[in-house]
Write a protein that binds this ligand. Structure first.
Ligand SMILES: NC(=O)c1ccc[n+]([C@@H]2O[C@H](COP(=O)([O-])OP(=O)(O)OC[C@H]3O[C@@H](n4cnc5c(N)ncnc54)[C@H](OP(=O)(O)O)[C@@H]3O)[C@@H](O)[C@H]2O)c1
Length: 207
């Protein structure tokens, strides 16, 4: 029997309680990301990740998508319209331009980096904090940012693409048992690619 998904309302890491509860053990993470995440009080807004992922986990190659899937671009537009979008600097630079109707919050370690229409932040935590009054926020990639955002996300919108393309950017491995599949829509694109729109919600352990 599936556990009921509960919307995550607070984000407090208490070692070793976190581990005992099956919450990701941030102190085991590399670099000082563990400390940064531990210090982050997750706001009330829903944090969603949206990504199109090959059957081999590949999401990108040479800073572009590894497939042509117009149906997925429409799906992305439908879900993200009106919502803030958090992204890494490389993903921002891979976009064809600013996407109308959405804030672009870009994460970069380079304090001099800027681009017209982009809000720049030195960390994921700072970008999330800038969306705290929003109802929901989308993390739109790429691989580096998905890795850091996954432990914080409530919801995953994955387009599971039935291809095994070559690539250099991947979606992080994740524990499927920690997520409940809410819906799955299988499709075949006009150019013959099989894919499915899948919505997962994090299963929150009762506290
Ligand atoms: N299939 C999909 O749904 C999808 C979605 C999005 C992107 N993509 C693909 O993914 C690829 C890009 O992904 P990627 O992993 O190479 O790059 P990325 O995650 O888009 O961006 C990486 C950059 O983000 C900044 N960054 C990362 N962590 C940071 C931190 N903790 N603090 C401050 N800045 C940080 C750094 O920018 P600076 O170097 O400026 O410091 C870093 O170089 C492309 O091929 C793209 O097409 C695919």
């Amino acid at each position: 029997m599936h556990k009921k998904p509960v919307i995550r309302r607070s984000f407090a890491v208490k070692e070793p309680l976190a581990h005992a509860k099956g919450i990701v053990f941030y102190h085991a993470l590399p670099d000082n990301r563990a400390q940064r995440l531990a210090n982050l009080e997750k706001p009330l807004m829903q944090l969603a990740i949206i990504s199109a992922v090959g059957a081999n986990g590949i999401i990108g190659i040479e800073n572009r998508l590894p497939w042509r899937l117009p149906e997925d671009l429409q799906h992305f537009k439908r879900l993200t319209m009106g919502r803030p979008m958090l992204m890494g600097r490389k993903t921002f630079e891979s976009l064809p331009g600013l996407l109308p109707g959405r804030r672009h919050l870009v994460i970069s370690r380079n304090p001099d980096w800027q681009a017209v229409g982009a809000e720049v932040f030195p960390s994921l935590a700072a970008a999330i904090a800038a969306c705290s009054t929003e109802e929901s926020t989308f993390v739109i990639g790429g691989g580096e940012i998905y890795r850091q955002a996954l432990p914080l996300a409530d919801t995953l919108y994955l387009t599971e693409v039935n291809l095994q393309p070559a690539g250099d950017a991947t979606f992080p491995e994740f524990d499927r048992a920690a997520w409940q599949e809410i819906s799955r829509e299988a499709h075949s694109s006009a150019n013959g690619i099989e894919f499915a729109f899948v919505h997962y919600q994090r299963i929150q352990a009762d506290s």
